[in-house]
Structures are given as structure tokens and as C-alpha cells.
Design a protein around this ligand. Structure first.
Ligand SMILES: Nc1nc2c(ncn2[C@@H]2O[C@H](COP(=O)(O)OP(=O)(O)O)[C@@H](O)[C@H]2O)c(=O)[nH]1
Ligand SMILES: [Mg+2]
Ligand SMILES: [Zn+2]
Length: 316
């Protein structure tokens, strides 16, 4: 580690990024207001020099207790949640924008009702997380609006596939303790459809009203984009949560018609029965996967998801 003899360098995590300024939290939980400068170094490549979740080394620029500094070094990222860029609107040469880094798990938030439980969306997230090699936790919020037994029946396919599930109600507080345990000691990115209760849930988890919810920000509760910049919030039981944009904003370029099948692990067993070795399991005759769906050995709805996602992929 390089360290100048006069100025101590301090390590910390970037917890917030706003207009070229960064909040860096050090080990003692001091918050430093930092900026980058020409000397800021990184081995992460040209995209998004500093992002929420980055581990950085800073140098204090302020006297006494003001806690201001510059970012000297950005450590290599273990993982990155990348935003898809609209090339037409984006004049900068960066192809990608990193929303958050060093994510330990992607928490897919759905609601039991209002909006209705969206299984297709869960499948899309599982494919995305699989392609990024990110562990997933499926959080089913608003359990106060549904019958638990029927809900568990609908979610059984995911439980059978071995995905961790957590049932909560941000409103009643049910399941919150169990969820805190699953988040403890990790950096978790929350994502999901607007209106499922992510902000309400995160406020509940951290025990304060840090995020704006639909009700506070606008009169109507649908389609309101209340989340702009990623913010990393610390949890009482240890760990951090980051509220992130929905999957529509994520860069899905890692998913291809060739590798999509791997994130439908229940298909694997039947693939050996396909008449064509290059079978895409969509339209080919003699498809082992389609036969297994017919025979009820593969969940028909999951297969529909596969076909729907397959249709949206444009391989180059
Ligand atoms: N019944 C019920 N409503 C909830 C629950 N969690 C959130 N809501 C409501 O759902 C709406 C959307 O919540 P919000 O946190 O803004 O959703 P976000 O868009 O995912 O961040 C608000 O009206 C919340 O009060 C819950 O557990 N049960
Ligand atoms: Mg929100
Ligand atoms: Zn096939």
C-alpha cells in the first residue's frame, strides 16, 4: 500500500453518489464528502470511475473535523450492476454505466398482490442474476394482502428449484426479522417493479424514512419513478441495502439464445432427448423439453417464460 508520509490515507465504502460528489464511510462510520481529481487511480477500466458500493482510498483535504477528501484509489470491483445505455441519448463515450458495485446478492422484490404477483418477472430476474453469477433472494412483499397457503403454492416451483424465498409485509412488519437475518453482513441490491413496496420495505428495514415512497412523492401510486441515484443504506443488524432501478434498465447483454437454457435448470434433464443436438427448445420437432412440458414434468408456465424471454433476445 502506498502511503504518503504526511497525509494519512483512509479506506471506506462509497455509500452515495450525487452530482460528482461522493459520500464515503470509513471503518469508524465517519462520513466523508469526497470528489475525484486528476490523480484518482483505478484498475477498473474506463466505465464509471466511482460508483456506490466501491471500496476506495481517500485523502483528507479538510482541516480538523470537517471530513472532506479526495478519492485517491478505487479498488477492483468484485461485481457490478450495469445499466443499459441509450446510445442515442448518451453522448459520452462510456458504453456502460455501473449502478452499484460489490453486490453480494440481488433481492428480487415482488408483491403478493396490488400489483399482482408477477412470476414472469421473477423468471427474468433469475436469468439476469444467473448470467451475472449473482446470488438471488426472492422477497414476496404485501403478504397481508394474500392467503399464505395459496401464495406458497404459486411460489413452490422456485422453492423446489432451491431459490431462497422470504415472505414479508412491510406494512404489518411480518417477516422483517427473518429478512434482516438474510441481509446481515452483505451488500444487497433491491430491485423490482414499481409499486411492489421496495421503498416502504427498505425504510422499515433501516428503521427510518430515508426513501420516498409512492404515497409521499405523488398522489397516485403507479408508475412513479421515485428512485434516482443509488444509495447504500446500512442495516441495524449489519449489512447494506441499495435501492436500484428495475430490470428494464439493466444491461442484459450477457444473456443469449445459446445460454438462456442454463437458467432454467429443470430443463437440463430433458435436453438429452431432443432430436437435434442444437435444439433451441422453441419450435423444433422432437424437442425433449417440449415433451416434458406436455407430460407435466416441467412447469408449463416456466416454459412459457423461457419462450417469451427467448423471443426478446437479439443475438448479434
Ligand atoms: N398492503 C400493503 N401495502 C404496502 C406494503 N408495502 C408497501 N405498500 C404500499 O405499496 C405502495 C407502493 O410502495 P413503494 O414503497 O412506494 O413501492 P416501490 O415503488 O416498490 O418503491 C405504497 O402505497 C405502500 O404504502 C405491504 O406490505 N402491504
Ligand atoms: Mg421506490
Ligand atoms: Zn429441445
Amino acid at each position: 500500500m502506498s502511503m504518503s508520509p504526511e497525509v494519512m490515507e483512509i479506506e471506506g465504502f462509497v455509500t452515495e453518489a450525487r452530482g460528482g460528489m461522493y459520500i464515503v464511510r470509513d471503518e469508524a462510520f465517519n462520513e466523508w464528502l469526497c470528489r475525484t481529481y486528476r490523480g484518482t487511480r483505478t484498475d477498473n477500466g474506463p466505465s464509471s470511475l466511482v460508483t456506490v458500493g466501491d471500496l476506495v482510498r481517500i485523502k483528507a483535504t479538510s482541516q480538523e473535523d470537517e471530513h472532506e477528501g479526495v478519492i485517491v484509489f478505487v479498488y477492483p470491483r468484485q461485481s457490478a450492476l450495469v445499466r443499459k445505455r441509450d446510445i442515442r441519448r448518451n453522448r459520452s463515450k462510456e458504453k456502460i454505466q455501473v449502478i452499484a458495485s460489490n453486490i453480494d446478492q440481488l433481492c428480487v422484490v415482488v408483491s403478493a398482490d396490488d400489483p399482482p404477483l408477477n412470476l414472469r418477472l421473477i423468471d427474468r430476474y433469475l436469468v439476469f442474476a444467473g448470467s451475472e453469477q449473482m446470488p438471488v433472494l426472492i422477497i414476496i412483499n404485501k403478504t397481508d394482502l394474500a392467503r399464505q397457503k395459496e401464495l406458497e403454492e404459486e411460489m413452490r416451483v422456485y422453492a423446489d428449484l432451491g431459490y431462497p424465498l422470504c415472505y414479508v409485509s412491510a406494512e404489518s412488519g411480518e417477516g422483517i426479522e427473518a429478512l434482516l437475518d438474510l441481509l446481515s453482513g452483505k451488500i444487497s441490491a433491491f430491485s423490482g417493479h414499481s409499486g411492489v413496496g421496495k421503498s416502504t420495505l427498505i425504510n422499515r428495514l433501516i428503521g427510518e424514512e430515508r426513501l420516498k415512497t409512492a404515497e409521499i412523492s405523488a398522489g397516485n401510486s403507479r408508475g412513479v419513478h421515485t428512485t434516482t441515484n443509488a444509495v447504500m443504506l446500512s442495516l441495524p443488524g449489519g449489512g447494506y441495502v441499495i435501492d436500484t432501478p428495475g430490470i428494464r434498465e439493466f444491461n442484459l447483454s450477457g444473456v443469449t439464445s445459446e445460454n438462456l437454457r442454463f437458467w432454467f435448470p429443470e430443463f437440463l434433464e430433458s435436453m438429452g432427448n431432443c432430436a437435434y443436438s442444437s435444439c433451441s427448445h422453441t419450435v423444433e420437432p422432437g424437442c425433449g423439453v417440449a415433451q416434458a412440458v406436455e407430460a407435466g414434468r416441467i412447469d408449463a408456465r416456466r416454459y412459457e417464460s423461457y419462450l417469451a424471454i427467448f423471443d426478446t433476445l437479439d443475438d448479434e
